[in-house]
Design a protein around this ligand. Structure first.
Ligand code: HBI
Ligand code: FE
Length: 290
């Protein structure tokens, strides 16, 4: 990740918390066009796949296809709903900066938007992933509290427990790639899925990946892949349930996690509550796990 000094070359006004002004007026027609293309693709496929909370969040925040949102205006609406605001950052920020923003109900969103030639794959989160993918869920009161708790817990994991790896897995398998049991079947709430056309279909419909009932310790022991579709998704019963399962002091759990097994992304355990056992037919990319 570039240092604050390095970022200052492109963003002379960058602050110590890595925030910058969005400079909404600087997005050109091509940039707004990329937002529109991505938005319309997802709007077509998400009904019946994304959870109600996500779809309701889009509507409540008036997030539309027309143009890249102005984050100040978006924040004014979001703040009235759950007290969160969206701040602009160049892209990835250091862990402690990220956690400090979340702990204070500020969601950092990347300023740039991907190029039209890269609609399906980007290395760093852009404004489409961050705003379309993450912000609708922040309009849900319980999820909004979960995200703040993650920020507070992240700070402790980093400074007191050196357990960031475990906590980052929780974030990955919930906030980024989570599924939830809906009245009519499994639905997406994870931002990494909901902002990807191919993975939105794969995550709920493909027979390839495992879909496993959420279990906190199990998830914290499970490695994840950042370079391909997930081999396993974890399914929560509800956002209330997720919050109840995770709103606790992790000190004893972190100690426990220092010993015992670590699982590969595709592993299935005898103790798993399986919604679906994957066929593992999907093979792509390299198989590096982090
Ligand atoms: N920065 N902008 C941004 N977005 C993220 O999702 C993010 C980050 N910095 C660190 C980070 N995520 C993760 O390392 C933590 O969730 C563990
Ligand atoms: Fe994300």
């Amino acid at each position: 990740m570039p240092s604050l000094e390095a970022l200052r070359i492109r963003h002379p006004e960058i602050r110590a918390d890595y925030t910058i002004r969005q400079h909404w007026e600087r997005y050109d027609a091509a940039a707004h066009g990329v937002w529109k293309t991505l938005y319309e693709r997802q709007a077509k496929i998400l009904p019946g796949r994304a959870c109600d909370a996500f779809l309701e969040g889009l509507a409540k925040l008036n997030l539309v296809a027309d143009a890249i949102p102005d984050l100040e205006r978006l924040s004014d609406g979001l703040e009235k709903l759950t007290g969160w605001r969206v701040v602009t950052v160049p892209s990835l920020v250091p862990d402690e900066t990220f956690f400090d923003h979340l702990a204070n109900r500020r969601f950092p969103a990347g300023q740039f938007i991907r190029d039209a030639s890269q609609l399906d794959y980007i290395e760093e989160p852009d404004i489409f992933h961050d705003v379309f993918g993450h912000v609708p869920m922040l309009a849900h009161p319980v999820f909004a509290d979960y995200m703040q708790a993650y920020g507070k817990g992240g700070m402790r994991a980093l400074t007191e427990f050196h357990a960031l790896k475990n906590l980052a897995r929780l974030y990955w398998y919930t906030v980024e790639f989570g599924l939830v049991e809906g009245p009519e079947g499994l639905r997406i709430y994870g931002s990494g899925i909901v902002s990807s056309r191919a993975e939105s279909i794969y995550a709920v419909e493909s027979s390839s990946p495992n879909r496993i009932g959420f279990d906190l310790e199990r998830v914290m022991r499970t490695e994840y892949r950042i370079d391909d579709f997930q081999e396993s998704y974890f399914v929560i019963r509800s956002f209330d349930d997720l919050f109840a399962e995770t709103y606790k002091d992790f000190a004893a759990l972190y100690t426990k996690l220092q010993a015992g097994p670590t699982y590969k992304p595709g592993d299935i355990l005898a103790t798993d509550r399986l919604h679906h056992r994957g066929t593992h037919a999907y093979v792509g990319g390299s198989h590096a796990a982090v």
